[in-house]
Design a protein around this ligand. Structure first.
Ligand SMILES: [Zn+2]
Length: 217
């Protein structure tokens, strides 16, 4: 098997997109409505929304939500339309695609890395497009399990890949700052399609590629 790791890296070792112009489409969001809601929450928790330090908070939060939920107004399928035809039937793997998302149960961030592997069936996609798909799918109210499954389904549908493996590792702030308060815990989810689902040795091979020499779980 061959692996491809071609994208740039951030200083912390996570994958960087080729460009950072993932802009929200604020027109699709009702910013004044978010502002009113945030003001209402502040009042409801017993704060004074008009005190100096909080005066700009509702509009700041509204703009932040526009960014964090920008993926709601984008279609991840779009990023998978420009594939190229290539006879290559080994594993293509992109590891450590950094993302942050918002847990839909608490509206608190969860963040981590996605690892995506697939075996092409004549259709190969630009590696940065995989990072785009993760970006669009994560920038919306999410649960990690669904996000993992969505990414795998997208690749299977659009590329007709012979096999797709998606592993997502994330730390959930709803588990670390509230509730059970378990800092350092990481949630790992995986979705296996095609040959990675049906063939045990292919699956263990791809898991070894994903985790490599770095660690074992
Ligand atoms: Zn949560």
């Amino acid at each position: 098997m061959a692996t491809h790791r071609a994208l740039g890296k951030h200083d912390n070792g996570t994958l960087a997109l080729e460009d950072d112009d993932f802009l929200p489409s604020p027109a699709a969001l009702d910013l004044p409505r978010i502002e009113r809601a945030v003001r209402e929450i502040l009042a409801a928790v017993g704060e004074d929304p008009d005190r100096e330090g909080l005066r700009e908070t509702p509009s700041r939060v509204a703009r932040m939500y526009a960014e964090l939920f920008a993926g709601l107004h984008q279609d991840p399928h779009e990023h998978l339309q420009k594939f190229f035809t290539q006879e290559y039937d080994e594993v293509v793997l992109v590891r450590d695609i950094a993302f942050n998302s918002m847990c839909e149960h608490h509206l608190l961030p969860f963040m981590g890395q996605a690892h995506i592997a697939y075996i092409p069936n004549g259709r190969v996609i630009g590696l940065s497009k995989l990072a785009r798909v993760v970006e669009v799918v994560s920038k919306r109210p999410q649960v990690q399990e669904r996000m993992t499954e969505e990414i795998a389904n997208l690749l299977e549908e659009e590329l007709g890949a012979k096999g797709v493996a998606v592993v997502v590792e994330a730390a959930h702030s709803c588990m670390t700052i509230r509730g059970v308060r378990k800092p350092g815990s990481v949630c790992v989810t995986s979705a296996m399609k095609g040959v990675f689902r049906s063939n045990v040795s292919s699956r263990s091979e791809v898991m070894t590629l994903i985790y490599g020499e770095r660690r074992t779980i």
